[in-house]
Design a protein around this ligand. Sequence first.
Ligand code: GCB
Length: 617
Amino acid sequence: LRSCSKPLAAVACLVLTASAAAQQTPLRTLLVGADRRPAQSLDGDWHYLVEQPPARELYDSQGKIRDTGYALNTHPNISSGPHNSEYDFSTAPTLKVPGDWNTQDPTLLRFEGVVWYQRDFDYTPQPGQRTFLHIGAANYRSVFWVNGKRLCEHEGGFTPFDCDATALLHPGSNFVVAAVDSTRHQDDIPSLLYDFYDYGGLTRDVSLITVPTEFIDDYRVQLQHGASFAPGSAAARTVAGYVHVEGAAAGTKVNIRIPEAGVDATATTDGNGQASFQAEAKRLDLWSTTNPKLYAVQISAGADHVADQIGFRDVRVDGTRILLNGKPIALLGANMHAEAPVRGGRAYSDADMQNIVKMLHAINANFVRLCHYPHDERMTRATDAAGILAWSEIPLWQRITFSSPEVYAKAVTMLHEMIRRDQNKASVIFWSVSNETPNNADRTRFLTNLANEARHTDSTRLITSALIGPRVSEDRIVQDDPLMPALDVVGQNEYIGWYEGTAEDADRKTWVLPQKPFIMSEFGAEATPGNHGGAHDRWTEEQQVNVLQHQFAMIRRIPQMRGTTPWVLMDFRSSTRNIPKLQNGYNRKGLFSETMQPKQSVELVRKTYTENPPVKA
Ligand code: GCB
């Protein structure tokens, strides 16, 4: 519990200390670079049982988690003895993990509640090692038991966690039971209402990761922040960061090697297990959108090793400009939900990510807003490899209980988890703290504190949020949201031509904005794929093109604009979109349909981004 001094662990530790005394809950952490470690995959078929609300197998009448019942994975006496049990995982059907339950069982398409999962696995303990159960994401609340004993709990549907299962595992056959609860509550993040699908389940990879007793749980390896890119100054090539070794005594040696860049640095841990380092690279190609160079980075400490692929780049703001490696950059992109193209459901595979990258390439994008929650780590690996800059967001969507200190604590945990997982991804340049929140004192205090927390946790990226609702008086749009001083870059959402007025209204608008870099982070119109008509006929591909054309023309007239992300790259499932025939359960503002069929708008956006970008660098 020494790592309680670190921000992420501190939050986990608070949770742990409360329950630790009563239940001896083992350490829960988030292993940086977990996806790079050798692992025993637990993906595949898991038995499942569905519990209708109020889920009395999981919660007692006070709402506390029960450790009896399904968690024990007992089997009913079927042929002899008194009848003893009303469930049986071993004869229950299976769901694939990773994967949401909604798209795997037609009866669960709209199910929000508790689903129980179970699987057996073989395990061979190794002396002097610790084994973590790694969960890529479980939406929304989840509880895990190993061999009938409670292992850990987690809240939040989009970030990974690692639970130390060493003490609960034994040689030979073991079993794990998980209860995943997607029920919505007012004080959750997101809260009760949102315009995307509530995909429940073990939506990302599950595995066992074995590490030595002293192990690398956290590291940052980056281009040293603040390097000079002024003409004539020495090339920026100092690599700096830290390695944290959980359980290490002060003075433990840590080695960081980047052979191709000629880096071979050693450092020693302090009393908190942390070793900071700084090293001159002999040669270093900076990561950029045109040269997404990733280096093999090897980190070792005692018996533990992690091998990662890391790009080195600098991002900062200069007045109203955004600089990548010292050069102004225009961000041309689109929004994207973590929705699997073609297959449907929550995206989780490399093939899903490649399809998303394919669509981004089709519009000649160099940027993607990954909305409205952290996507699968495969996505930010894919943007790293493809040279596509990324915006990553926590799911503070519209109406959150901003007055609640408990909700603020949850938001901080989600922010730390998002940052910690992707802190070594060169492509991720923005941490977004929220989307379209109501402008009032509670929310502004909450989000200002959260933005400061994000900057304090990671000063090497830019902090942003997507705002809505500027003051409009006739054709003058004045954005004076008091959250803006806390942001490095401001995202602006607006739907002129769809939720308000006509496409042509955009031609008359004058935007009055502070001297900061802005991104037009949402704009667009719905078009049912294959539906055609005139430029003013609703739901047609032609109208969508018309709205986007007028939007691009308007954006071109706003000098602070440095990026655009139309809403949205691909149609996505949303339980709030229920106009039969036109929507059929999908938000239709996609440039592509959910099966990746391009609408006419794809060609418009591609041509605009290629020949006449709507923003200047
Ligand atoms: C918004 C939200 C986004 C919605 C979109 C829409 O303003 O940020 O989550 O899906 O509008 O289509 O209404």
